[in-house]
Design a protein around this ligand. Structure first.
Ligand SMILES: [Zn+2]
Length: 117
């Protein structure tokens, strides 16, 4: 009798789900940008240098961007290989198809990585 009541009580189930979800998705953000003190909300980093507050030297700097081949570059290479044989290495020469790593010009701290995928 008592066991049946617990099993079919919908409020028990919903509180359990609400309790579990935030801890699972709350840590999903991997960006090392800390929003402390009165730092204004940092806009998501793009492929171009951006004004950003360095968390290490606490200065607003224009980030240095370093391009590296990412998943998108390899996928683009694969796509070109299927359609235009011989041109599949072009993506590795084009910065616009690569991931952009933002670093602080002063202390060389990695401020964030813009991934295309
Ligand atoms: Zn710095």
């Amino acid at each position: 009798m008592c066991l049946e009541n617990m099993y079919f009580n919908p409020s028990n189930i919903s509180t359990f789900v609400i309790f579990v979800q935030p801890s699972k998705y709350g840590m999903a953000s991997q960006r090392p940008i800390r929003t402390t003190q009165n730092v204004q909300t940092v806009s998501p980093l793009g492929e171009n240098p951006a004004q950003i507050m360095c968390p290490k030297c606490h200065q607003t700097v224009l980030s240095e961007v370093e391009y590296s081949s990412g998943l998108f570059t390899y996928l683009f290479c694969g796509g070109l290989f299927l359609f235009v044989f011989g041109c599949c290495l072009i993506p590795f020469c084009v910065d616009r198809l690569k991931d952009a790593k933002h670093t602080c010009p002063t202390c060389k701290t990695v401020l964030g990585v813009y991934r295309r995928l």
